[in-house]
Design a protein around this ligand. Sequence first.
Ligand code: 3H9
Length: 696
Amino acid sequence: MDNSVVKYQLQDHVAVITIDNPPVNALSHAVRQGIVDALEAATGDEAKAVVIVCAGKTFIAGADIKEFGKPPQPPGLPDVIERIESQNVPVLAVLHGNALGGGLEVALAAHYRCALPGTNLGLPEVKLGLLPGAGGTQRLPRLVGIKAAMDMILSGNPVSAERALELGLIDALVEGNPEAAGLGFVQQLLKDGAPPRPTGEQPVQEVPEPAYFEKERLRVASRFRGQLSPAYIVELVEKSATLPIAEGQALERERFIECRNSPQSAALRHVFFAERATGKVPGIAPDVVARPVAQVAVIGAGTMGGGIAMNFAQAGVPVTLVETGQEALDRGLGLVRKNYETSQKRGRFTPQQIDGFLSNISGTTDYADISTADVVVEAVFENMAVKKEVFAKLDAVCKPDCILATNTSYLDINEIAATTGRPEQVIGAHFFSPANVMKLLEVVRADKTADDVIVTFMKLAKTIGKIPVLVGVCHGFVGNRMLKGYARQAQLLLLEGATPEQVDNAMQNWGMAMGPLAVGDLAGLDIGYRSRRDQGIESRSQMETALPDTLVEMERLGQKSGAGYYRYDPDTRKRMADSEVIELTRSLAKKWDITQREISDEEIIDRLSLALANEGAAIVDEGIASRPSDVDVVYLNGYGFPKWRGGPLFYADTLGLEKLLEKMRALREQTGDPCWEPAPLFSRLIKEEKTLASLN
Ligand code: 3H9
């Protein structure tokens, strides 16, 4: 037999099943059917053994995620797994690249496993709001023990082939071409008279005390707040020790289907594809290629500049930090070194790795030293005059085709570009703090930015491990523009009678990494204060910023001064509600003629989440973002929006656009605030009976 994605050959009485379904050999319906047919053929041919191997760069990377949400087509993966395990001759899986999810489950059902060095083996289903649905929770503990299996399935993180060998997950490491290596291994098995060895028939290794499972349950309840699949994973791994494989798998299947059909998994699957879609820029011809980037410079060795430089250094791209004076430069380089010392203490990098990174970073106070750089990222003080001055200098010293990027959070990049004689080489690169940690990078296309500059920067962003989202020029680009309305609602709610704790707790319980006021205290209230003064807004002249302006003038700057919206314990940094702030909101409410009232958590959640969705929809409509999913990616990766809610615009679809409009109209009625005028895109989509997702 042979179908287009699964090939079958008999070689020396060994059936070789080769899966060839690029790009990642996902277990699509055709692959599942192909495996079953090939096993049938192997039985018919009286093969002495079966080898399952993959063509291309990787073993099977999992079920085909695109098929979830569509009507299931038999054979399902559990049937395929069952068919593999019950084969009456030894079955060997030969792993290379990635053996993930359903891919690892195929390997677990095989009787023997070998892997090439460099293979990643894992069950990442939890990251998609799922649990392994084809025996993974039942077979992995049988091979590696409960604790190792629990860690792998709950974290979703893969282990290396070397670690897999230590754990007993594979039988051997093999070298060379996967098929040839597998055939060599299987011949040895045959010579040794190795029998079929169904994993499901083996007892579970190393079963811990009940207290261990109790601890895991508690850990999961706090770490995966609001999520469905992690608690089920603990249950299923625990049950693997006592239930026969068939019963364990039946329970796993039931739980898997519930998770697969949940809005959480739909959201996380959306995130998976959304994060991959950002790299596809509409309107740029496919023949536009990225320029090579061999040398980068970063202007400004402050916290941001240093963090940006670390990204390049870690990706092996030599980077020069530029400062105005030696003292500032030394301080900046010292900060980078200190950051690396912290990561070494945390076990993130080895001293050797850090030496390598540091050898990629040099410093200078002379712009002439960066004349050969291919890309320069400016990360100086957020002030138009200062930035213009830097760009004039860069224009004078940098080679003509050097890309000049600005790490502004708000400023008009067209204005910055116009100060140079090469506006087509100017682009925005809005990194998020801490720049060496945060994955998001808003790449800002100015009016004249050339297509190949965009393509180069998007590729460079991926090289340094970022998720780049291309956005257009406007105040605050995508993320900070949306943040404005969100933060404004938080302030208005305080004046209307909610406490900082109530607002933060409501949002955190809803899934946000932190509440808006706790974030303000962490970042420092003086940042917004200074920015408002820079924009010419008088202190306490606006209702929505009267409270933070007053707090800053009381020298309550947030965590760094021991008090902001909250008071902080000087030793433990534990936050405490502060009656002084509540009193202050009362007096400000009076001043602004606002009658305070009881506010429900539901209203807090609605007002903050709908403010995000409304601005996000306007951003899409104006073409500032290419698609709704790009807006989601920004908010998910830069602002702590819960991934299992899919992002502000996915959430809007989940709520239903009609319901969303109804809620916004009610808020308009209740508050009289024009901000609740729904973005026109919502009504258009409703009229066309479409969702925001239809624009992705
Ligand atoms: C599962 O297995 C459930 C079972 O337990 C039970 C079932 C009953 N399906 O990431 P890349 C596409 S759940 C469909 O850029 P890389 C991806 O969209 C699954 N498509 O490459 C992209 O398409 P495009 C458990 C998939 O080299 C292209 O492949 N498995 C799938 O940076 C390249 O992807 C996982 O969760 C898929 N499963 O990384 C693994 N995977 O070019 C998910 C990828 O059109 N996959 N695509 O944008 C990954 O983590 C990474 O893709 C991988 C490669 C590490 C494999």
